[in-house]
Every structure is written in structure tokens, then in C-alpha cells.
Design a protein around this ligand. Structure first.
Ligand code: SF4
Length: 56
């Protein structure tokens, strides 16, 4: 299961720069391609608003 970006996203771009597999796309809020994400958690660790979560 891939990480997902929630409404707390402020589109700062920190996650996209940190992702080792370029799974994150820009937007009004950013989004993660579930096919590309390797669930490393780097984006979630670096997000300043804790907007990135691993769904249950
Ligand atoms: Fe990229 Fe890792 Fe975040 Fe997946 S968990 S989007 S691979 S930084």
C-alpha cells in the first residue's frame, strides 16, 4: 500500500524533492503515484504539516 497525501498539504514541494523514486506529482495539493511508491516513508518524515500518511 502506498503513502497518500491528505488535505493538510500546503504544496511546499518538500516531499517531491525527497522522494527517491520520483513518485510525487505537483498540484494544488501534491499526489503520490501508488504504482511507483516503494513505501520508504521519506516523504512522510520530511513533510512539515504531517500531511502524508500510510492508510490502514
Ligand atoms: Fe516516495 Fe518513499 Fe514517499 Fe513513496 S513513501 S512517495 S517512495 S518518498
Amino acid at each position: 500500500m502506498a503513502y497518500v497525501i491528505t488535505d493538510s498539504c500546503v504544496a511546499c514541494g518538500t516531499c517531491a524533492a525527497a522522494c527517491p523514486v520520483e513518485a510525487i506529482s505537483e498540484g494544488e495539493i501534491y499526489s503520490i503515484d501508488p504504482e511507483t511508491c516503494i513505501e520508504c516513508g521519506t516523504c512522510a518524515e520530511n513533510c512539515p504539516t504531517e500531511a502524508i500518511v500510510l492508510p490502514d
